[in-house]
Design a protein around this ligand. Structure first.
Ligand code: B12
Length: 222
């Protein structure tokens, strides 16, 4: 069992999606996260074991490497895609209730803003960290976040903005959300966002990268 879990970990860390994927070159022709996860489940390894021993630790390594600038967006994207190919075999067990997630994050790019590459990466890394993610997409106004919160009590919120002109919308959004949902954590991020801005507008957390957000969410449940 350890051997297959180690192999899955390696696929996630180095971004090997499936056998057909030519990346990374030194793993060309080998099974990827897709085939190995399927095989692991068929061999009796539980989805929880795959998640806890292979996927989550591997994604944490990827996130840390990205924070330390040892890898860049393309590598992280390949790892996130490998994680998705493994998750597709695990998701049915979430739906049946057999496997539990740590909690839920509702994420979206704020009103007026169509940038979603960074937001998608954050969403994928948080999902890879064992959380359920509800992605509302781009150009998301306060009403849509409020509706999602009503339907998902206790969820954390993630706001992304890439434009200085849309970042300013976060202030009003955080105020309205916090007025109604005082205890729900709000994380913000995006290229123009800073820690000072986070403090100024009363959001709970800012991170320049996805792993910071994963670590923060994990701290909330300890
Ligand atoms: C790609 C891109 C586009 C693409 C977006 C495609 C897409 N699907 O996202 C397109 C071409 C559509 C586009 C359009 C525009 N863009 Co543009 N775009 C960029 C560009 C080149 C890269 C952004 C990106 O994806 N970066 C890579 C990702 C991985 O990084 P990231 O988003 O910062 O995310 C990371 C962190 O910030 C963090 N993070 C992100 N979100 C969150 C959320 C949370 C909760 C947390 C914790 C962390 C977090 O984690 C991510 C991973 O590390 C930037 C320049 C740049 N270097 O940033 C300009 C840039 C953002 N764009 C800019 C502009 C001006 C525009 C336009 C207005 C251009 C125009 N005149 O039409 C339009 C706006 C459209 C709109 N209404 O949104 C300016 C903004 C300037 C400013 N001060 O506001 C920039 C900075 C370019 C520039 N130097 O002028 N753009």
């Amino acid at each position: 069992m350890t051997e297959i879990l180690n192999s899955i970990s390696r696929c996630i860390e180095y971004g090997k999606i499936d056998r057909a994927c030519p990346y990374p070159p030194d793993m060309k022709g080998q099974d990827g996260a897709d085939e190995l996860t399927k095989l692991a489940i068929e061999s009796g390894v539980t989805p929880d074991q795959i998640l806890e021993i292979a996927l989550i630790p591997a994604m944490a390594i990827v996130g840390d490497k990205f924070s330390r600038k040892e890898i860049y967006v393309p590598q992280m994207l390949m790892s996130a895609k490998s994680m998705n190919s493994a998750m597709k075999h695990i998701k049915p067990f979430f739906q049946s209730g057999e496997t539990k997630r740590k909690g839920k994050l509702i994420i979206g790019t704020v009103a007026g803003d169509l940038h979603d590459i960074g937001k998608n990466l954050v969403a994928m890394m948080i999902e890879g960290g064992g959380w359920e993610v509800l992605d509302l997409g781009v150009d998301v106004g306060t009403d849509k976040f409020l509706k999602a919160l009503e339907e998902n009590p206790g969820a954390a919120i993630g706001l992304s903005a890439l434009l200085t002109t849309t970042m300013v919308n976060m202030k009003e959004m955080v105020k309205i959300i916090k007025d109604k949902y005082t205890d729900n954590k709000i994380l913000i991020g995006g290229a123009p966002v800073t820690m000072e801005y986070c403090q100024e507008i009363g959001a709970d957390f800012y991170s320049p990268d996805p792993q910071g957000a994963v670590n923060y969410l994990n701290q909330q449940i300890q």
